[in-house]
Design a protein around this ligand. Structure first.
Ligand code: MRU
Length: 345
């Protein structure tokens, strides 16, 4: 059973506190939108689809807590929550996709009584979660054929259940292939600086009894050269119309290495991760995070005080390095731009 990363329980949002894994499996429960915002910012809840689900519940929370009994007052409270949550993290488009969906649900039903409207918004947030669960299942089914007995698979960051409302995206195909009885080994990049691979992906794979080998990011080239990797599968945070895909920093390097070693490089992502409004990856905003993630990762100072630091949290893999994108609607292959546009919902 995959871990339930985020859900609504007893009037609150309940999320696995991913900053505490793998040592502790504990939850944050909140009905306070400020705590939710901070949880997204600090990566208590993280991964593109999970951030989108959290944002949907955040808007539902604002609706349910609103004292408004007039439409314009409820509208003001909802839009305030949407603008606030939109400022939590910039790269994963699922956040904005989800907020847009909540906005649409409000506008479509704005003639309904305020009380009913609040329930509609809550149901929409719940539906975003359920939809994602379904999409993950389909991604797993669509991608599992790429994985053959005896393969070595490399993944980067965490695109598992912890990053979604279901079984994951990149890890979905891996879980589905394991369920079919296939034997293979997953190499997990530790994923500097916040170690989502070491802390989260290794933990998830081991929960499923999958043969898992942790490597540090700078070992990928050597491991590929030794012939241990047959396929790379990662998630994505935002995909442009031409197929350029943003994902956790380091993914672009892995894709470049895969090309150099003739290893297929796949992205797995739901259609909600495609930004149909941008032509190329140049338009993807890249989150920059605090220097302390590098200079004192996990509480221990490792660099000189006052050192200048640059800490982009994501990079963009150009479409030319991507062998295919595994979606809930099937696997698309190059030319990606021709295929991506057909996925528009
Ligand atoms: O900074 P994070 O941990 O939110 O970054 C997450 C990733 O880059 C994932 O690979 C991506 O969101 C895909 S999750 C299915």
């Amino acid at each position: 059973m995959a871990v339930e990363t985020i859900k609504w329980e007893n009037g609150k949002i309940k999320m696995v506190d991913q900053t505490k894994l793998p040592l502790e499996l504990v939850y944050v429960e909140t009905d306070d939108i400020n705590i939710l915002w901070d949880s997204i910012k600090r990566l208590v809840v993280r991964g593109a689809p999970a951030i989108g689900i959290a944002a949907g519940f955040g808007v539902a929370l604002a609706a349910l807590k609103s004292k408004a009994d007039k439409h314009e007052d409820l509208r003001r409270d909802i839009y305030k929550a949407i603008d606030y949550l939109a400022a939590s993290r910039p790269t994963a488009v699922n956040l904005f996709w989800s907020l847009e969906r909540m906005k649409r649900a409000f506008e479509k039903n704005k003639e309904k009584p305020v009380k009913e409207l609040k329930t509609i918004l809550f149901n929409e947030a719940q539906k975003i979660l359920e939809d994602d669960r379904e999409r993950c299942g389909k991604i797993g089914e669509n991608g599992k054929g790429l994985i053959k007995n005896g393969m070595g698979i490399l993944t980067h960051c965490n695109a598992g259940a912890l990053a979604t409302g279901g079984i994951g995206t990149a890890l979905a195909s891996i879980f589905a292939a394991a369920e079919e009885g296939k034997n293979f080994t997953v190499y997990v990049d530790e994923t500097r600086p916040l170690l989502q691979g070491a802390r989260l992906t290794s933990w998830e794979l081991m929960q499923h009894n999958i043969d898992t080998i942790l490597i540090s990011d700078n070992m990928a080239a050597q491991v590929m050269k030794e012939g241990k990797i047959n396929i790379v599968i990662t998630g994505a945070d935002r995909i442009a119309l031409n197929g350029d895909a943003a994902n956790k920093i380091g993914t672009y390097g892995v894709a470049t290495l895969a090309k150099a070693h003739n290893i297929p490089f796949y992205i797995a992502a739901p259609v909600s991760t495609i930004d149909f409004s941008i032509k190329t990856g140049l338009q993807i905003p890249i989150e920059e995070r605090g220097p302390e993630e590098i200079t004192e990762g996990f509480g221990r100072r490792i660099a000189p005080y006052n050192i200048k630091v640059y800490n982009p949290a994501f990079d963009v893999t150009p479409f030319s390095l991507i062998s295919g994108i595994i979606t809930e609607k099937g696997i698309i292959n190059p030319p990606l731009d021709d295929e991506i546009i057909k996925l528009k919902e």
